[in-house]
Design a protein around this ligand. Structure first.
Ligand code: SF4
Ligand code: SF4
Length: 451
């Protein structure tokens, strides 16, 4: 079986968060392969752990993928502050005589955003609303490479390493079967710290989603779960996320002083995209109803926003939320089926970009999670839940189609749902051995067999 078919067969999706099917992404030729080890979100530690403990298999997979896409430069991109990870990868590269190189960036946010990474490592700007392949680059991540190394050995994607941190007793990396309840991940970290009311953050502090803590029993580890973080209810992060759309728009109208800091520090603006959040804020402020603005080309540029949150967590002196305004506009544009036309190039990074990078540490402090910023996690906890709930949709595209029935016995690694015949999607494997207790419209439940 060739590499692409091994990846397809193992059901791999990008582990960086978006969940794009990897066999589709790698079905191309490119000059550069960039592998993200810069762990964009400030509190996540999974990629650190993988680079320290699985450097050899990551380097091997980068070499294999690079050869498959015909890349002449194979770069693992990580921050210059990651001393142990750099040492582990360098040792693996040397031991294997590998053509893989390390590219070290400064410690800023969002160093792990794929378009920012392309700009840092190659000096090229991905066109607005475009993809890295348009400038000869494929971007993947170290977690995905780790899964590819497994796939080459015939092991499907059944488990995920997840950072569990924040207000837990003992921050830990868990290795969890897909479908493990998030409450089991929190238990593995010694449970929640007592005292203050907490919320559950799934993902990182900037791009993740906040839930009531009680939801931890109903949410499950998927192929794209990166972090399970407990945060204080009175943190800046919760305050930011829980503003209503009405309050966000009202504040934009009443308090924006048009200082333009949100634009001057916007990472997408700085790589040369025509995204000007302060102009969007101005138009929204003067409009009776923002829905009437959707034909305005400048408003449509909201679709270039990657929702990194630099504008609202770092730049804005008035505590406003340009990211959330863009998010609301993107939703409204999508509902109306409006796509901004791709602007004409060429595009290049702005000259002052070098001096306008946002500090990850300062962002974490502003979000009220600064005390977790320096947590180093070395412990790995293997989880063995009695029941797993496998979501049929674990990637961009259509959900997988079940091929098992309730009452059937399955073994770990057996295919339980196939990729859809048409369109994007990936297959799904049993993550534990046991008996199928339910095949629903959106999930398959397996009760683990007693050992
Ligand atoms: S969230 Fe703000 S800073 Fe980030 S890309 Fe969007 S407008 Fe720019
Ligand atoms: S930084 Fe804040 S106050 Fe300044 S223009 Fe942007 S939204 Fe308005």
């Amino acid at each position: 079986m060739d590499l692409l078919n091994q990846i397809r067969s193992a059901g791999i999706v990008g582990c960086g968060g978006a969940g794009f099917p990897t066999h589709v992404k790698l079905n191309c030729k490119a000059e550069y392969l960039l592998v993200n080890g810069a762990e964009c979100e400030p509190l996540l530690r999974t990629d650190h752990w993988l680079m320290r403990h699985r450097a050899a298999q990551i380097v091997r997979a980068v070499g294999q993928v690079g050869e498959h896409i015909g890349a002449s430069r194979l770069l693992i991109v990580l921050k210059e502050t990651y001393e142990e990870e750099i040492a582990a990868l360098r040792a693996a590269i040397q031991a294997q005589g590998s053509p893989v190189e390390l590219f070290l960036t400064r410690n800023f946010y969002p160093a792990g955003d794929e378009q920012i990474m392309v700009c840092e490592a190659t000096g090229r700007t991905v066109p607005p609303l475009g993809i890295p392949l348009e400038v000869g680059v494929v971007v993947s991540n170290v977690g995905t490479m780790d899964r590819i190394a497994d796939a080459v050995e015939g092991k499907p994607f059944t488990h995920k390493e997840v950072t569990v941190t924040g207000a837990v007793e003992r921050p830990v990396i868990v290795r969890a079967p897909l479908g493990t309840p998030l409450s089991a991940c929190i238990e593995a970290a010694g449970g929640k710290q007592g005292g203050e009311p907490l919320r559950l953050l799934v993902g990182g502090p900037l791009m993740g989603t906040v839930y009531p803590l009680e939801k931890a029993d109903e949410l499950y580890v998927t192929k794209t779960t990166g972090g399970v973080i407990l945060i204080r209810e009175d943190s800046g992060l919760v305050h930011l996320r829980e503003r209503s759309a009405k309050a966000i728009l009202r504040q934009a109208k009443t308090a924006c002083i048009q200082c333009s800091y949100c634009t001057q520090l916007c990472p997408r603006y700085l790589i040369g995209h025509p995204l000007h959040p302060h102009k969007i804020m101005r138009k929204v402020a003067y409009a009776e109803d923002p829905a009437q603005l959707l034909q305005d080309p400048e408003i449509q540029h909201a679709q270039m926003c990657c929702e990194c949150g630099v504008c609202e967590t770092y730049a804005c002196p008035m505590g406003l939320a340009p990211r959330q305004v863009n998010h609301l506009l993107k939703q409204a544009l999508a509902k109306e089926g409006i796509r901004s036309p791709k602007p004409e190039g060429p595009f290049s990074p702005r000259e002052d970009r070098e001096w306008r990078r946002a500090s990850s540490r300062r962002i974490a402090a502003r979000l009220g999670v600064g005390e977790c910023y320096d947590i180093r996690i070395d412990e790995l906890a293997e989880l063995h839940p009695v029941r797993v709930t496998l979501a049929l949709r674990q990637s961009i595209g259509a959900p997988a189609v079940p091929v098992v029935h309730a009452g059937e016995s399955v073994s770990c690694g057996q295919v339980v749902a196939e990729a859809p015949e048409k369109g994007l999607g990936v297959r799904l494997h049993a993550s534990v051995s046991g008996v199928i207790s339910r095949v629903g419209e959106a999930e398959i439940v397996i009760e683990r067999e007693a050992e």
